[in-house]
Ligand binder design. Structure first.
Ligand code: C5P
Length: 201
């Protein structure tokens, strides 16, 4: 039976970590939907046209090793504002969500647009400063190419674009459980997500 968990929220709030942990715990398949937009953005960086790149996206495009950079995140949020790009990626995500055995999808519009019928919806968030610090530490902290301030500016710019676009803006579904991870450890955040899923099973 299909059982879908939708996990949305802004960049670096902890969606990925929570999604991987609950997928492992319940045996669900996991799709990081940001990767789809990052892959489209990377193809555009190579000179492709965004809508054509989205329509012809293949799983091979998702394994490029340059998809996790700050620049790839910015490129992703630019192509993600184009309605035809979003439309081209809907079916793939819905098919993934419907698979037997359960699925967790994380992104920005899973609970609102892609899977409005999801059994569990979480909106994972944290202050911009906390998220920027986590991303900066992931990038190497003092050894990172970017100072913390540059990462904070990037996080805020991406939030701004994702929340203010007209098609599928970042916002919690009305029936989402809001999980603010600013003051939670990873274990505490995962425990809350697990409890929400157990309550819905
Ligand atoms: O989650 P991640 O940082 O990888 O997402 C990169 C960008 O892709 C986001 O800033 C957002 O603009 C876009 N995105 C989206 N809808 C999703 C997932 C990601 O618009 N479901």
């Amino acid at each position: 039976m299909a059982f879908t968990v939708a996990i949305d929220g802004p960049a670096a709030a902890g969606k990925g970590t929570i999604s991987k942990a609950v997928a492992a715990r319940f045996g669900f398949a996991h799709l990081d939907t940001g990767l789809l937009y990052r892959a489209v953005g990377a193809k555009v960086g190579d000179g492709a046209e965004a809508i054509a790149a989205a329509k012809s996206l293949s799983t091979d495009d998702l394994v490029r090793d340059d998809l996790r950079t700050l620049a790839a995140g910015q490129a992703a949020s630019k192509v993600a504002a184009i309605p035809e790009v979003r439309a081209a990626l809907v079916e793939f995500q819905r098919r993934f969500a419907r698979q037997d055995g359960g699925a967790v999808l994380d992104g920005r519009d899973i609970g609102t647009v892609i899977c409005p019928e999801a059994a569990v919806k979480l909106f994972v968030t944290a202050s911009a400063e906390v998220r920027a610090r986590r991303r900066w530490l992931e990038l190497g902290g003092e050894a990172a190419d970017q100072p913390y301030e540059a990462v904070l500016a990037e996080v805020k710019e991406r939030d701004e674009r994702d929340m203010n676009r007209s098609d599928a803006p970042l916002r919690p579904a009305t029936d989402a459980l809001i999980l603010d991870t600013s003051e939670l450890s990873i274990d505490e955040a995962v425990a809350r997500a697990v409890a929400a899923i157990e309550a819905a099973r």
